[in-house]
Design a protein around this ligand. Structure first.
Ligand SMILES: NC(=O)c1ccc[n+]([C@@H]2O[C@H](COP(=O)([O-])OP(=O)(O)OC[C@H]3O[C@@H](n4cnc5c(N)ncnc54)[C@H](OP(=O)(O)O)[C@@H]3O)[C@@H](O)[C@H]2O)c1
Length: 297
């Protein structure tokens, strides 16, 4: 199978490249970066994709600076929706599959339980609305589309669009200040990009039915609980204090409870690791804890 990857230098893209190298039989994988195809130039997408041979297109590009997007809706809908439609149309013309990465922010977060794929979306910020439109346009344009909704990602490369990830931020603040104050009233699904990469390949290997899948580690946490676990696993002596989201106002509203249920994905790929286990693997991979301390957990 020939795979073409967009957004290959990002946090998830980097782990997709690594996961492919680890495969017993790696896919023939070509990677495009922004300098090869700027997806905000929507009219360039089809000609560029037509000039490549692939059976699967994996789209990890996104404009996902959630707060900045509130006042840049035009660019957000271009990159997160119209560009994705063009990708789906290019895939349809080539009879190729599209794996498109979406987000938990397509949900309102008002339901106080993990969302399943059939739940009604209802985004409450511009980013979520643009990503939902991308999902919809892609699935209307082409039958062979996998929409994988991910959430609260951490990967060794750090998000190129956000300049790092939450784990690194918590470790830095805890070491520098000995104290972190973190929002304790927003629940989500912390997820390792390494595990999302494995899920993508498993979905392709197992020829899963196209459609929407929640691709997250199992379990859920508030940002406070996630921070507490990061600092505890890293063995840093720092206090972690929960604060209310009212004390940390942001330009974009966040869904209060956007945890995702990954049972549908697990029915295809098998048991999915917990976020705590995934976090430990991340800390070991970054050299912050040793494999011996991993064994003690
Ligand atoms: N990070 C999270 O916590 C999170 C949560 C939920 C959903 N997601 C979704 O997960 C996916 C992957 O996220 P990530 O954390 O891996 O993001 P990331 O590290 O910021 O990577 C995004 C990639 O998209 C590329 N890109 C952005 N704008 C582009 C453009 N106009 N043309 C071409 N390439 C462009 C970036 O290239 P440059 O490096 O050149 O900018 C980068 O390679 C995205 O679809 C995102 O919406 C992420």
């Amino acid at each position: 199978m020939r795979v073409l990857l967009l957004g290959s230098n990002g946090q998830l893209g980097t782990d997709i490249l690594s996961a492919n190298v680890r495969r017993t039989r790696p896919f023939e994988l070509a990677a495009l970066r922004r300098q090869d195809l700027d997806v905000s130039a929507v009219d360039q997408i089809k000609p560029t994709l037509h000039s490549h041979d692939f059976d699967v297109l994996i789209n990890c590009t996104s404009y996902h600076k959630t707060d900045e997007v509130e006042t840049n809706a035009g660019l957000a809908f271009t990159i997160n929706a119209h560009a994705v439609k063009a990708m789906a149309e290019a895939c349809r013309a080539k009879n190729a599959k599209l794996v498109h990465i979406s987000t938990d922010y397509v949900f309102s977060g008002n339901d106080q339980r993990p969302y399943v794929e059939t739940d009604c979306a209802g985004p409450i910020n511009v980013y979520g609305a643009s990503k939902l439109m991308g999902e919809t346009l892609a699935r209307r344009a082409h039958d062979d589309v996998y929409v994988l909704r991910v959430a609260s990602l951490f990967g060794v490369a750090g998000a190129s669009g956000k300049g790092g990830n939450f784990v690194e931020t918590m470790l830095r603040v805890a070491r520098e200040k000995g104290e972190v104050r973190v929002v304790g009233d927003i629940v989500m699904s912390p997820t390792a990009t390494a595990d999302v990469a494995d899920m993508i390949f498993a979905v392709l290997d197992k020829k899963a039915e196209p459609g929407v899948y929640h691709a997250v580690n199992t379990g859920s946490a508030t940002w406070y609980e996630f921070a507490r676990e990061i600092i505890q696993q890293a063995g840093i002596d720092a206090t972690v204090t929960p604060i209310s989201s009212d004390e940390y106002p942001t330009a974009a509203k966040r869904p209060p409870h956007s945890a995702l249920d990954s049972a549908k994905m697990a029915s295809v790929v098998g048991p999915i690791p917990s976020w705590q286990e995934a976090l430990n693997r991340y800390l070991v991979a970054k050299g912050y804890v040793t494999a011996e301390s991993e064994a003690l957990l």
